[in-house]
Design a protein around this ligand. Structure first.
Ligand code: TYD
Ligand code: MG
Length: 455
């Protein structure tokens, strides 16, 4: 009998320590250490995934390694293909994180059911067969090649996998998996690490893509699975506000493509719908001019998107004026208000300011600055901005409008959606060919120029 030892693991980053410590020396988080049983001298890993003949390691010359085309499986879900960098890579291990209830199980059940002719194994440690069947009925998709397994032990899962030989495996969720090699409870750092490593060996040796679903905590870190980020090939994050219908699938890490990608879905009564033209849903349909609304031509990932910014500026009734931002960085809002105060002479210091990005989206692209600023001014003056006008520019501390990347793409998207005018930085004007455009491009140097042109 091998000796059972215990060790303390940081639940945030997976750091292992022999003694309990209040503060993790690796990630500086407090009170994250939990004692877990570990079995140091492992027997041969016969219970985990293992091929018949263990290959001996040997060094090779890089030039002798054959260049192979990455084999990719194109899923019927274009948004998923996009975030994976053009399809599911054979033998890849993909971690999908998201808060509970956001729709991870729905998304991957749907993807698996839509993959016709691909033998898929969906392993669920969270729901019963009936529950999954009910969900599949709700999605109204049938698939002959879809297999379901409600199991948490990796030993049993691999036995089934050997029998079934699936072409795609989905694990829902990694926190429920349990390896017989490890004593500690499912969801603990050592279990997650071991089960993921077993899945990785399986994926690499059989060239089968594996998706691991993992729950993340409210603060955004994948509880436990954070330690998996370096093991897996790709990390996707499924996010969105539960009160809004839109969900975003974002690439955090990808060994097979760009991390700048974004997939957008809408949660409907019958599953998730792919949103191929996000601008249409992000701009509310209206004909009249409302004050405090401005449209930004942003780029998220590689996709141009027109996003509506809403601002409300009111007289402050309390001593300290309130500032609230939804979908936009609050510090950035405070900075823009300071710019307006100092460079434009507007007295936002006595006003409450509320800012909202429509659709529950969170925008990181700095080119939204100009639209935020114009929405603020529009509400301050209570004068509406025409809904045929949009903005793309970053605002600097001295009130200058700075250039943004890929301006042609932004202008083209605005033109496609029927906008008549776009305000950009004059530093972006260079090299633009205005003759073919059906949209008026207004170059701006400073914040006060936009004020004079709009109000
Ligand atoms: P789920 O996939 O169970 O979330 P997760 O696996 O991330 O915890 O999704 C749960 C939510 O999705 C649930 O609140 C109901 C909603 N939903 C729909 O709105 N429409 C549908 O067709 C389905 C299947 C779920
Ligand atoms: Mg789930």
């Amino acid at each position: 009998m091998s000796k059972i030892k215990t060790a303390f693991f940081c639940q945030n980053c997976g750091y292992e320590s022999a003694k309990w410590t209040g503060k993790c020396p690796a990630c500086n988080q407090w009170n994250t250490f939990v004692e877990e049983k570990v079995q140091k001298e492992l027997p041969l890993r016969q219970q985990g995934w293992k091929t018949e003949d263990a290959r001996l390691p040997k060094t090779v010359h890089l030039t002798d390694v054959e260049t192979m085309e990455e084999k990719r499986l194109l899923s019927p879900d274009n948004e998923l293909n996009r975030v994976l960098g053009g399809g599911i890579v054979a033998g890849s291990l993909v971690l999908v994180g998201g808060e509970p209830g956001i729709g991870k199980s729905t998304l991957f059940l749907q993807v698996a059911l839509l993959l016709k002719g691909v033998r898929t194994l969906y392993v669920s440690g969270e729901e019963s067969e009936q529950q999954i069947k009910m969900r599949a009925d709700r999605l109204q998709i049938q698939n002959e090649e879809f297999y379901l397994l409600t199991e948490t032990s990796t030993q049993t899962i691999f036995q089934e996998i050997k029998k079934l030989e699936p072409q795609l495996v989905i694990i829902d969720s990694i926190q429920t998996l349990q390896s017989p090699l490890i004593e500690s409870a499912p969801g603990s750092v050592s279990q997650i690490r071991e089960t993921a490593a077993e899945m990785q060996r399986f994926a690499k040796e059989t060239n089968t893509p594996v998706f691991l679903i993992g729950h993340i905590t409210k603060d955004g870190s994948i509880a436990g699975p954070k330690i998996l980020e370096h093991i897996v090939d790709t990390v996707l994050q499924f996010e969105g506000d539960q009160h809004y219908a839109y969900r975003i699938l974002r690439t955090i890490k990808n060994r097979f493509g760009s991390t700048a990608e974004l997939g957008i879905y809408e949660m409907t009564g019958a599953g998730l719908r792919q949103v191929s033209n996000p601008s249409e849903i992000l701009i509310s349909q209206r004909d009249d001019m409302l004050s405090g609304v401005a449209i930004a031509a942003t780029i998220e990932g590689l996709r141009p998107m027109l996003v509506e910014v809403q601002a409300l500026v009111t007289q402050s009734v309390y001593g300290t004026p309130q500032r609230t931002a939804t979908g936009f960085d609050l510090r950035r809002l405070q900075l823009l208000l300071a710019v307006l105060e100092k460079r434009g002479g507007f007295h936002f210091g006595v006003k409450d300011v509320f800012l909202n990005i429509a659709g529950g989206l969170r925008v990181e692209d700095p080119s939204i600055d100009l639209a935020v600023l114009c929405a603020l001014l529009s509400s301050y003056e209570d004068v509406g901005i025409s809904h045929k006008v949009c903005f793309a520019g970053e605002v600097g501390l001295s009130g200058e409008i700075r250039a943004v990347n890929r301006i042609e793409q932004r202008i083209a998207e605005a033109e496609k959606l029927g906008f008549e005018k776009i305000f950009i930085s004059r530093y972006n004007k260079k090299g633009l060919d205005f003759s073919k455009m059906n949209i008026e491009v207004v170059p701006l140097g400073r914040v006060d120029e936009v004020y004079r042109l709009l109000f």
